[in-house]
Design a binder for this molecule. Structure first.
Ligand code: COA
Length: 162
């Protein structure tokens, strides 16, 4: 069985991420969406919330699992027998960042390959930060994220303002 890991902060998951996930499912038998920590980012949602959100969005995708790690993604991949890490590329600017991450992962352990999918043109401008910014400015984000994400954003926003 060919298993891939799709790691990211997913704070929150967007339609752009889902596009990459669906492409990966055409190539791999199982994809584990892995909520991991980017040391340079402070997350809006807790890990538990991000997992819950992704699980509810992918509940009808039988070949998808959702998990989290506080450690290295490559180590997690080896533990579960995954042979590849999937990432999406939106624009040229993503390339340098991804190259650095790919070479770091290669340095840690070269047995796990990085596989890149091109993001659909419609999703190239989406990022988790823009989604949050637009939501807090009252802009309709229903074309950018699944409805569950909007529900989570509303719930979290209400609990913060109470
Ligand atoms: N569509 C839309 N947006 C996308 C996208 C796509 N296809 N692909 C990436 N993005 C956006 C995300 O929304 C995110 O936006 P933001 O910066 O506004 O939050 C940004 O691009 C990149 O986020 P993401 O894909 O979630 O990755 P990340 O850079 O936040 O996370 C980790 C990187 C978590 C995978 C990395 O830090 C990691 O592996 N950490 C674990 C520790 C480890 O193994 N370290 C060694 C490797 S460096």
């Amino acid at each position: 069985m060919k298993i891939a890991i799709y790691p990211g902060s997913f704070d929150p998951i967007t339609n752009g991420h889902l596009d990459i996930l669906k492409r990966a499912l055409k190539v791999f038998d199982k994809v584990i969406v892995l909520v991991a920590n980017n040391a340079n980012k402070h997350s809006f949602f807790t890990t538990k919330e991000r997992i819950e959100m992704i699980k509810s969005i992918t509940k009808d995708m039988p070949n998808v699992q959702v998990d989290s790690t506080n450690g290295l993604v490559v180590e997690y991949a080896k533990q579960v027998g995954a042979t590849a890490l999937v990432r999406g590329l939106r624009a040229v600017t993503d390339f340098e960042y991804e190259l650095q991450m790919a070479t770091t992962n290669e340095f840690i352990d070269s047995s796990v390959d990085m596989i890149f999918f091109m993001t659909h043109l419609d999703n190239t401008f989406i990022s988790s930060s823009t989604v949050k910014e637009l939501f807090f400015q009252g802009i309709d984000i229903s074309r950018l994220v699944p409805k569950e994400v909007i529900e989570f954003l509303e719930k979290k926003n209400n609990s913060r303002s109470n």
